[in-house]
Ligand binder design. Structure first.
Ligand code: CLF
Ligand code: SF4
Length: 485
């Protein structure tokens, strides 16, 4: 937001030809980026530094009290950091979490509405932590103005949120009430048309310079759901690397225009349908966690609270660089790559990216399998500790990763009182799944899931995920000559 060639350092999300130098170059850029490579996301961590508070447009899914919803779950607030503070935090965290491979500026406003702070952060990072990849996320309005800085600081990964390519500005006007342009607010369709023109111009400038572009589209039911296919086609024309279709998360409590107007969140099924339609055109990201502007850790985990300002702010750069310890980090990354190589061999390459049903199954029938994991590509998390499930689609020929599903109120969440039972939310989230693979599950929840037709299997505890997903399908739906479907 996956592996096919094997060999240390050659994990592929592309199925590329190893003699193709361009493909190799791209592979080097994505192989340890947890968002650009689905294969990397269980092994490598990212940190977002909240150095960019201002924004230059208004989105109807955003409440400006909170983080930029283009790259975050709405309703969460991040602290703000100055560039020097942000770099200190990165050095501290990079010493502590050696899997850290990427630093992103993703808010809390728009990275390019705060150019001085954003690029000063990147300049310092280049100097102090040259082994990290740099990443930024933007609404695209000011991309073309800062293309030279993006190149200069070697920002190799840029995310642009583009929700519509409707040239009339009509759809855009329902999403963006205004933009700030040439020192004044431009409203409605006129503003939306300028934004679209600047986004397309900026994306082209990036891809022409070999920068990997990921595009986010927020799927807004009844607003842009019919247009996302056109967005995907346009992105392909512009050589965008990856398209991330994110569900609108909407609720009156978020205080957003959409939430207050009763526009509903996009459902898992709506996202899956949009992915199916767009996947014909472009490579999709399906493992995004809509993380916050100060997120720390593996995708899906939030360790931000462990790294408050007071821990690192009084430390000297010298002490922090010692702690960061590039040599030790390099060793850790080598170990991760060795592990990925073993994992890939164990998984027997039965996972295909963006496969059609006929590539997965000889009779076109498939099942959804849910998995609990704490990372490293293994089924190594107890059901009761899970606050999200990875969902795979499996057939008798191969499997593919579909999405993750987050549980807002997991068993491990402390705030719901001792009598709280999240099983109804979990049942609702997994209702279209046939198998749950988990390291351990209690009798009660197992019974509840069995009642809605989900087989719970603990026998793959501490086994590689992909191989287990594939084998469990054979075990439960083939061994007794039961047909799928
Ligand atoms: Fe951050 Fe975004 Fe870079 Fe990743 S996140 S700036 S590309 S390092 Fe990743 Fe988080 Fe989804 Fe963003 S999971 S919200 S896609
Ligand atoms: Fe909010 Fe981000 Fe949109 Fe700005 S670009 S209004 S911060 S969602």
């Amino acid at each position: 937001m996956s592996c096919s060639t094997g060999g240390c350092g050659t994990h592929s999300d592309m199925g590329f030809d190893p003699n193709d130098s361009k493909a190799l170059e791209i592979q080097a850029k994505i192989s340890n980026h947890p968002c650009y490579s689905e294969g990397a996301h269980q092994h490598y961590a990212r940190i977002h530094v909240p150095v960019a508070p201002a924004c230059n447009i208004q989105c109807n899914y955003c409440n400006r009290k909170y983080d930029c919803s283009n790259e975050s779950r709405p309703g969460v607030t991040s602290g703000k950091l100055k560039p020097q503070e942000a770099v200190k935090k990165v050095l501290y965290v990079g010493g502590e979490i050696q899997q850290l491979s990427v630093v992103g500026v993703a808010g809390p406003g728009d990275a390019l509405a705060n150019p001085e702070k954003t690029f000063e952060t990147f300049r310092l990072l280049q100097e102090k932590a040259p082994d990290l990849k740099l990443c930024l996320s933007t609404n695209g309005l000011r991309l073309s103005d800062y293309i030279d800085e993006i190149v200069k600081y070697n920002v190799d990964h840029v995310t642009v949120t583009i929700n519509t390519v409707d040239e009339t500005g009509e759809i855009g006007s329902k999403i963006y009430p205004w933009i700030h342009w040439n020192h004044k607010k431009v409203f409605g369709a006129e503003g939306a048309k300028i934004l679209l023109q600047k986004q397309l111009e900026g994306i082209k400038m990036l891809t022409d310079r070999g920068i990997l572009v990921k595009a986010n589209s927020v799927l807004i039911p009844g607003v842009n759901d019919k247009d996302v296919v056109n967005v995907a086609k346009k992105l392909k024309e512009l050589n965008v690397f990856l398209h991330n279709i994110m569900p609108l998360l909407s609720s009156p409590e978020f205080g957003t225009k959409f939430g207050l107007d009763g526009v509903t969140s996009a459902t898992d099924q709506e996202v899956m349908e949009a992915q199916e339609a767009c996947g014909m055109n472009i490579k999709l990201m399906s493992h995004c966690r809509q993380c916050r502007a100060d997120a720390v850790g593996l995708l899906g985990e939030d360790r931000g609270d462990e790294f408050g300002k007071d821990i690192f702010i009084g430390m000297s750069y010298e002490a922090l660089e010692d702690r960061y310890n590039i040599k030790s980090r390099v060793k850790k990354h080598e170990m991760i790559e060795n592990w990925r190589t073993h994992l890939e061999a164990a998984n027997q390459r039965i996972k295909i990216e963006q496969a059609s049903k006929s590539q997965l199954s000889s009779n076109g029938e498939t099942k959804l399998v849910a998995v609990t994991t704490s990372g490293e590509g293994m089924i190594n998390m107890h059901f009761g500790s899970a606050n999200e499930f990875l969902i795979y689609e499996a057939g008798d020929k191969a499997i593919k990763f579909v999405m993750h599903r987050k549980i807002e109120s997991s068993y491990s969440g402390a705030d719901y009182g001792e009598n709280y039972n999240p099983i109804e939310e979990i049942k609702n989230s997994l209702k279209d799944c046939s198998i749950l693979l988990t390291a351990k599950i209690g009798e009660c929840p197992m019974g509840d899931l069995n009642e809605i037709g989900i087989i719970c299997d603990e026998s793959y505890a501490n086994q590689p995920i992909e191989k287990s997903v594939f084998e469990s399908l054979q075990k439960h739906f083939r061994t007794n000559e039961k047909e799928l479907g």
